[in-house]
Structures are given as C-alpha cells and as structure tokens.
Design a protein around this ligand. Structure first.
Ligand code: ZN
Ligand code: ZN
Length: 536
C-alpha cells in the first residue's frame, strides 16, 4: 500500500463539526461534514475548507444531525461534484434539517443586513442558500445497512446500525493498496447509541479493523439506568399532571421528541398513571421528523416493534396534536392544563421561547429538561437556578418547577463505549474524537487499559493509516504531518484578525480621534497583503 492518511478537520477537542478526510493514492473521501456549534460558530461555519471541495471524490454521512451534515451544502457550493452516501432515513432527515438550516440562516442574514444598513455597514450573506441545499439533496446516494459498495477508486463502504438516531450508521471503509495484499480497514463509530437503546436497534458490534475512529461525548460519564430514568419520569410527570398546570418540555425535535412521546404513551398504558391533558407538539419540523420515524418501523427497537405489530403507533400518545401555524401555536397560551413539546432543546431559539415567556413566572408551570444544556444557553441558565431570565427582551421571574432528566440520551456512555471498543480484535488502533478534551482523554486511557493503542487527535492533524498489522502510531498523540495543523493555525489567526476588525468597526462611532488609528490600520493592511503574496 502506498500512502493513506486521515486528517481530523472537526470534532477534534470538541463535540461538533465532525469531518474526517481520508486520502489514498488515488482517492479523497470525506466522512461527515458538520457544522460547529457554540462560540465562534458563525465564523467557523462559513470559513473556507482547508482543502479544495472539487478534489473530494465522495462524502459519507454517518447521520443527519447538523453537526455531522450541516456543511455539506457549503461543500457543494464550493464545487464538490461527487456522491453523498447515506442511508434512506438519513437522506430523508437531512433534507428536512438542511432546508430548515438554510431558511434560518437566510432569516438571520436578512435581520443582520437590516441592522448593518442602519450603521452604514455592508450586507450579510448566509453561508449557503436554499438552492445549494436542493443541489445537495440531488447528490445523495442511498445505500442500505450491511450492503457493500465501491464509492471511489480503491475505496469500499459498508454501513452498520449505530443505534443513535434513525438512519444513523457506523462506517466501515476498506482502502485497497497498490499491491494485491488485503486492504486496510478503518471503522468510524459515528455517534453511537446506548446498548439498551429504546427507539432504535442496539449499536452493531464490529470485530475487524486496523483503525477505529470512536466518539467520546460521554467518555467520562455513566448515564442513569433506563429503569431509574423511567421511574423518575413517571414520578415527576405524574406529579406535574396532578397540579393541573402547563407542562413544558423543551426538546430537540428529531429523535428526543419522538422518544418523549413514546415514554408518555407507555405511561398512559400503565396502571395508575393520572389522566394526561392534551399534548401539543408545537413544531412543523417535528411533525416531519415523526413521519420519517413512522416510515421506517423495521429499524425501530424490539420493544417498539411490539406496538407496531399490534397496529399501534408508538409515537402517538392519546391526545397528541401537532401545531403547524403560528396562530395555532399562540392558541396554546389560552390552555391552562396541557403538555407542550417544542424546540429548541436548549431554549436558545424556536417556539419554546414563546411558551417559556408566557408561563415561566407561574408556580403552576413545570418545565422538563430532557437533554443536554450547553453553557451560554437559556436552558443552562434555568437548570443552574437563575431566578430571573431575559426572553425576547423581557425580564421574566422564574416561578415554575424545573425537572432535569439526564437518562434520555441517544448517546452511549463510558461503559457502552468501552464495551464496543473491547469487541475489536487486538492490534486495532483507536483515534478518540467527538468529545470535550476531558472525556476524550478519559476514554482513550480506558481503551489503552483494554490493551489497544489510542490517540486523541488535535484539530487539523493527520496520521498515516496504511499499516495492516502491528500498527505503530508515529508517536502516540503526535501528528504525523504538520501541514494540515499549520493550515488550521492560519485559519485560527485569520479568524481572530477578522473578529478584531469587526469589533473595531462596531465601536467606530465611539472613537474620540479616529485619525490616530489610520496609520496603524494602514500598516496592518500592508502586512496582510504581503501575507497574501506568500500564498505560492
Ligand atoms: Zn448525532
Ligand atoms: Zn454528533
């Protein structure tokens, strides 16, 4: 085998922005091309790629979540002409999520352009437009679980069920060498579900691999058991229903919401649970997502199959109504006693804001947090116990009862991940990604304790992946090649320079003597121009 290498362009040292480039002698394949979330996300999401999109032969998508798929339209806009390989449900879900993302970006750009024009600043353009999403959807190529297909010269792909959200896949890639020896095999865990998965099938066990890229979202933590989580939900939701007030459930509208609907249905079918009020799923996108779950029932878990077998819809508890229009959504305000599910899951946007604004003050209101609340979001401030929050420009006192249920995760915990890793034959080399540094390091040391080699790649680093047996990392955790890392460092500097320029621009009206800055800024421009001339 000549040379093959992998470069970690995202989800390295963080959870979001998944993107891994595999290069062989003749092919370039990108596994995932996701958006970043959190601080600096806007800049990072619209920044140019560190490679030429037109050089990529194929894209493989592990699943539809935006932090794995959200930058594919930017790749297409940049000249990528190949196929995007995904499972059927992933293609359906990605179409819903990417169209929604383009719409939100267009709205945001329009709003910022209006704001800018009042200050005499240039208009803001979204990273990509709806037409780029439509072209992306046209490039999707379906492949079923467990089928094997050649996707680029010398590169063969197979998807295995990852048990995370519907359609989510682990990726097996075989890279053929120039000699006739056996190909090198790389496995990507994608986002992995828990072993006792509720909505989907359990994650597949894979034994053969030369290299394994494994996620580590919960690499240092264990979830509460399924049984405990269910008892807790029963007790707390039951209690909230008895108070006959408004029950708000902020939730991601893909997967988590369907899980919550199913858990409510289970409670309705169980003995002694109080009668539930009307349930509103206040999300047009949520309704489209549920339809996709209903379409692929053979991919659901065994316990859900039991409902399907007797002709019941596991995602349709008694009294469920979807609200699509804004008027219908507003009408929920008039209901004293109701359960309302709405996005976003971390309360940093979406229709849940309007329900929180109208109900959070009331002692009769209960809020159930069923997912992770990132730092800096309204959801996190509430969970952390803030007594006053600002919603849509208004100061709201928090009178509602808040409940946090940590056990509904669609991610494997530390025990699940180590059990999955432990199924590989000895000699496999692990790259630990998709986690905060602390969880990735904790998982890597757990994997080393199982007798494997494991590295935690940093952003932009490359490793050779062309050894079939007795693989040795050039130096554990050290990049084999520097050029990609250098490129990432340049990108980071340019990002800082742009944000400095941006904040200067925003404060220009407050400067007492703008002329003093002119010579400084002129030299800066000169230096940047010389840097541009160093391009070649
Ligand atoms: Zn995911
Ligand atoms: Zn993910």
């Amino acid at each position: 085998m000549s040379s093959a290498r992998i470069t970690f362009y995202g989800a390295a040292g963080e959870v979001t922005g998944s993107s891994y480039l595999i290069e062989t002698g003749g092919s370039k394949v990108l596994v995932d091309c996701g958006m970043y979330q959190g601080a600096d996300a806007d800049w990072r999401n619209s920044a140019p790629f560190a490679f030429r999109p037109s050089d990529i032969d194929a894209v493989v998508l592990t699943h539809a979540h935006i932090d794995h798929s959200g930058r594919v339209p930017l790749l297409v806009k940049g000249g990528f002409k190949g196929g995007i390989w995904a499972t059927d449900p992933t293609i359906d879900l990605a179409a819903v999520l990417l169209r929604d993302t383009a719409k939100l970006m267009a709205e945001e750009a329009e709003w910022r352009t209006r704001k800018n024009s009042r200050k005499g600043l240039p208009p803001v353009k979204p990273a990509y437009a709806e037409r780029d999403v439509e072209e992306t959807i046209g490039r999707f190529k379906y492949i079923g679980y467990d089928d094997q297909v050649g996707i680029a010269p010398g590169v063969t792909l197979r998807f295995r069920d990852a048990g995370h959200i519907i359609g989510a896949a682990m990726v097996e890639l075989w890279l053929a060498g120039e000699d006739s020896g056996r190909p090198v095999k790389i496995v990507f865990s994608g986002d992995t579900g828990p072993r006792d998965s509720v909505v989907g099938r359990p994650p597949s066990i894979i034994e053969e691999a030369d290299y394994v890229v494994i996620e580590s979202t919960y690499g240092d933590r264990s979830h509460r058991s399924l049984e405990e989580t269910r008892q807790e939900f029963r007790r707390e939701l039951g209690g909230a229903i008895e108070t006959r007030g408004k029950i708000l459930i902020p939730t991601f509208v893909v997967d988590r919401a369907q899980r919550v609907l199913y858990e409510i249905l289970r409670l309705q079918r169980s003995d002694g649970f109080p009668r539930t009020p009307p349930i509103y799923f206040d999300s047009p996108m949520g309704e489209r997502a549920t339809k996709i779950y209903e379409k692929y029932t053979p991919l659901l878990s065994r316990e859900m199959q039991e409902y399907v077998r007797v002709g019941q819809n596991p995602f349709s508890p008694d009294g469920l109504k979807y609200t699509s229009g804004v008027e219908e959504s507003r009408a929920i305000n008039g209901m004293d006693h109701a359960i309302v599910l709405a996005g976003s899951g971390m309360c940093n946007g979406g229709r849940i804001l309007h329900h929180l604004k109208h109900n959070l003050w009331s002692k009769n209101c209960s809020v159930f947090f069923v997912g992770y609340q990132a730092r800096g979001t309204l959801g996190r401030r509430l969970v952390d116990g803030d007594k006053h929050v600002r919603i849509a420009g208004e100061d709201i006192a928090v009178g509602a009862r808040l409940h946090t249920l940590g056990g509904f995760s669609a991610h494997a915990d530390r025990g699940d991940l180590l059990a999955w890793a432990g199924s590989f034959r000895q000699g496999a080399v692990f790259f630990v990604t998709h986690g905060e540094p602390r969880s990735s390091e904790a998982l890597a040391s757990g994997i080393r304790n199982l007798g494997f080699r494991a590295a935690v790649p940093s952003l932009g680093t490359s490793y050779d992946v062309d050894r079939r047996d007795g693989v040795v990392l050039s130096s554990e955790g050290e990049p084999a090649r520097r050029d990609a890392a250098d490129r990432a460092a340049v990108m980071e500097l340019l990002r800082e320079i742009s944000s400095e320029a941006e904040s200067l621009r925003e404060s220009i009206s407050e400067w007492s003597d703008p002329s003093a800055a002119v010579p400084l800024l002129e030299s800066t421009r000169l230096i940047l121009r010389s840097a541009r001339n160093m391009k070649q």
